[in-house]
Design a protein around this ligand. Structure first.
Ligand code: FES
Length: 258
């Protein structure tokens, strides 16, 4: 992990409220694995004081791309940065996904949860692993990264309002798709809101599929110091782990879901 000054190559809106920023960041591009994240200082002033965490979304040569939703002061400031501006980026941080070379992969993305899964899908393709991608959104205008995922595997879409693809939650689509797979059962990787991940975990447990989830938690320090991103983990004696340091990727069936 390094704290680097990184030049912005572009920063543009890709869907209503969602932006993609590309950074010149050779160290992070070389060392990041899918599921890891970076902490970005969005402003040169102390407002906001804290860095913001973003999953590594894509890596291409020396370029690192981040996909983010504008949801507060930090991301609002970031969305106004221009090509050529320099920002402070700390990373790569956290633990990434485990790639199982013996199994096909099913990726389940909800909303901005697509961000780390595009990097994973591209890495799976590089390793010749068959991937099925289940992409969930509230409505069709909020479907993100369909084109990128299509380059890496078979994509199925679910929208809550039925405006595209399967009508309903992406977790119901997962149950249908996974039930149809015989042997060997696909490894499942998911990222999205916690209620979605909890349901993904239940479906996988019922069907006996290995599942890893990337948790989206609010983070302050990003390095395990502030204890602000706790998650409870099963064990003989349940224990508390930090999403930033011990995750953000965890085995789904190890998590004590709230
Ligand atoms: Fe501080 Fe995780 S963000 S411990």
């Amino acid at each position: 992990m390094k704290d680097i000054k990184s030049k912005i190559l572009y920063n543009r809106q890709v869907a209503p409220g969602f932006f993609k920023i590309a950074l010149e960041a050779p160290y992070i591009a070389k060392n990041a694995i899918p599921g890891q994240f970076v902490q970005v200082r969005c402003s040169e002033t102390t407002e906001p004081l804290l860095r913001r965490p973003f999953s590594v979304h894509r890596v291409e040569n020396e370029r690192v791309e981040l996909l983010y939703e504008v949801i507060g002061q930090g991301t609002e400031i970031l969305s106004q940065k221009a090509t050529g501006d320099v920002i402070d980026v700390l990373g790569p941080l956290g633990n990434g996904f485990t790639i199982n070379l013996k199994s096909s992969a099913t990726l389940v993305a909800g909303g901005i949860g697509v961000a780390p899964l595009v990097f994973l899908a591209e890495e799976l393709k590089r390793q010749n692993i068959n991937a099925t991608i289940l992409l969930g959104a509230r409505t069709k205008s909020l479907i993100l990264c369909e084109r990128e995922f299509k380059r890496a595997g078979a994509v199925h879409i679910a929208t809550d309002d039925g405006s595209r693809g399967y009508k309903g939650f992406v977790t119901a689509l997962l149950k249908d798709k996974l039930s149809a797979i015989r042997y060997p059962l696909s490894a499942v990787y998911a990222c999205g809101p916690n209620p979605m991940l909890k349901r993904v975990s239940e479906v996988c447990e019922d069907l006996g599929a290995d599942c890893e989830v990337s948790l989206e938690e609010k983070m302050a320090c990003g390095i395990g110091a502030c204890l602000g991103c706790a998650v409870n983990i099963k064990g003989k004696k349940p224990e508390t782990k930090m999403v930033c340091k011990d995750g953000p990727v965890f085995k789904a069936n190890n998590i004590i879901w709230p």
